[in-house]
Design a protein around this ligand. Structure first.
Ligand code: ADP
Ligand code: MG
Length: 479
């Protein structure tokens, strides 16, 4: 078993798992699994979290062992370890891996320490450790409302304030870092103050599965069922993780149905709509969509600026005045478009830097401190910008980009612009064609091929294209 083909063997094992389990399940559990190495017939794999480790060991240990044994009969066992957070993978040396002995006991391992009940009222619940704690910052007061989240916010408010059950379930969905968890916690806080007697349980879908697997392991499923079914409000976050493994889905579905039938409020979040949840059975998906599904869209500039102002105010109310000159928040709102978490992180970084280094906050300083973040947030390049830049560069009229003229002096720049549009935007060929005076997509294909070919033949063109690309990517293309 030379290390040379170890990589190939690992690739084959992964490919077979992928084929057997399907995309969704494979991605949930094996996407981030790494091969550390093989030591004395023991194959060592690493995963990012304890939860995934436990799940993989309890569900797929035999399968993994078999697949490896198929590759090489000398591979007698498979160990899965958690690689330490923030640090690189442990060296491929067995002794450097502290958790390897836990294999047999894995599914019974203790849940993470953050296991607390959302609502501390009912006795005996805390010990069961079924819920997760609420973040004190995630309240309705701290949530800034804009066009992109107003429906989700209104629905969350309604559910939090209602005395009767209106939408069941409330299904909140949207991309990462757009406030789903924040809204769920806000609902829980609100109910907690209004109706302290109500049992509110908040947990992630991963934790739900964890609890269930654990209950199965300890043959304690009755208690498990009771815990979940005795709540007034159940919130399950990131439900896209409940995929694969039929028995867990089944249990989730029963719990869900039982609560809804008893008129208890259920609130679910996911990163996509109910109908787009892959790996979840059709009847469950459709049932999830029965109540109200409210999506949170990506933020717009106004909302980002509003959030930054709110966060800055909040920081000042806690840490005293901070001088943020005009233009800095606007700059951040313009340039950090990915999600609210990053936006918040950017502001914190600027403020922390200023206070640590003792420098005043300025636009220059913000740009410097956030260089990497800004690069990854580079705003989307549009076809119009590309056309304008290219026309300017080759000294032709912008209108010529769209015109039917075939003279080389305009045809070549037009092809360059089409080529860059294909490379730098996510527009389809027909869309690009339309933007260039309603041309056919085959014209765009031709342009892309032509420029590719010219670039390899003519270093002048290659340089032009390169320069233009860098100018556009650098964000200097905006007018
Ligand atoms: P998600 O669960 O959708 O991935 P979170 O709820 O964890 O996102 O939000 C990420 C961060 O952004 C949190 O710190 C949250 O407080 C903040 N955030 C998101 N949306 C808003 C908003 N509209 N107003 C204020 N803070 C927000
Ligand atoms: Mg979340």
């Amino acid at each position: 078993m030379s290390s040379m083909n170890l990589g190939d063997q690992w690739r084959r094992v992964r490919a077979r798992l992928h084929a057997e389990l399907g995309e969704a399940t494979f991605n949930s559990w094996f996407k981030q699994i790494d091969l550390i190495g093989v030591d004395d017939g023991r194959v060592m794999l690493s995963v990012p979290t304890r939860f995934i480790r436990n799940w993989v060991v309890s569900h797929y240990a035999d399968r993994l062992a078999k697949l490896w044994a198929d590759e090489d009969a000398g591979f007698s066992r498979v160990d899965v370890v958690v690689h330490s957070e923030g640090r690189p993978d442990p060296a491929p040396c067995a002794d450097a891996v502290p958790e390897r002995q836990e294999r047999a006991a894995a599914p019974a391992a203790q849940p993470r320490e953050d296991v607390v009940l959302a609502n501390a009222v009912p006795q005996g619940f805390e010990d069961a450790g079924v819920g997760a704690p609420l973040d004190p910052r995630f309240t309705f007061e701290a949530f800034v409302v804009g066009k992109s989240n107003e429906l989700a916010h209104a629905a969350a408010r309604r559910v939090a304030e209602a005395t009767d059950v209106t939408f069941n379930p409330l299904f909140l969905y949207g991309g990462v870092g757009l406030g789903k968890t924040h809204l769920m916690h806000a609902i829980a806080w609100e109910i907690r103050t209004r109706h302290p007697e109500r049992k509110v349980l908040y947990l992630s879908a991963e934790k739900f599965m964890y609890q269930f697997v654990r209950a199965l392991r300890f043959k304690d499923t009755m208690a498990f069922k009771q815990q979940f079914r005795s709540v007034d409000v159940l919130m399950i976050d990131d439900v896209q993780f409940i995929s694969g493994k039929d028995s867990t889905q089944e249990e989730f579905f029963h719990t869900f149905n039982a609560l809804i039938d008893h008129n208890r409020q259920v609130i679910i979040s996911a990163d996509r709509s109910p109908s787009d949840l892959e790996g979840i059975e059709e009847r469950i998906r459709s049932r999830l969509g029965w109540g109200l599904a409210a999506d949170i869209h990506p933020t717009d500039y106004e909302l980002r600026l509003g959030i930054l102002q709110a966060k800055a105010d909040d920081m000042m109310s806690k840490n005293g005045p901070i001088s943020i000159p005009p233009g800095v928040l606007e700059f951040l709102a313009h340039r950090i478009v990915s999600n609210v978490r990053e936006l918040e992180g950017a502001l914190k970084r600027v403020v922390a830097y200023a206070s640590l280094v003792g420098r005043p906050i300025t636009l220059d300083m913000a740009q410097e401190v956030l260089r990497d973040l800004l690069r990854s947030n580079d705003r989307k390049i549009t076809i119009e910008e590309i056309q304008r830049r290219v026309a300017e560069y080759y000294n032709v009229r912008l209108a010529d980009m769209l015109s039917a003229r075939r003279a080389r002096a305009v045809a070549r720049p037009r092809q360059v612009a089409m080529y860059l549009s294909k490379q730098l935007t996510t527009r389809s060929l027909p869309e690009i064609g339309r933007k260039f005076g309603g041309r056919d997509h085959t014209t765009v294909i031709h342009a892309v091929r032509k420029i590719d070919e010219l670039c390899s033949l003519d270093s002048g063109i290659e340089e032009d294209v390169d320069l233009l690309r860098r100018m556009l990517e650098g964000g200097h293309g905006a007018g």
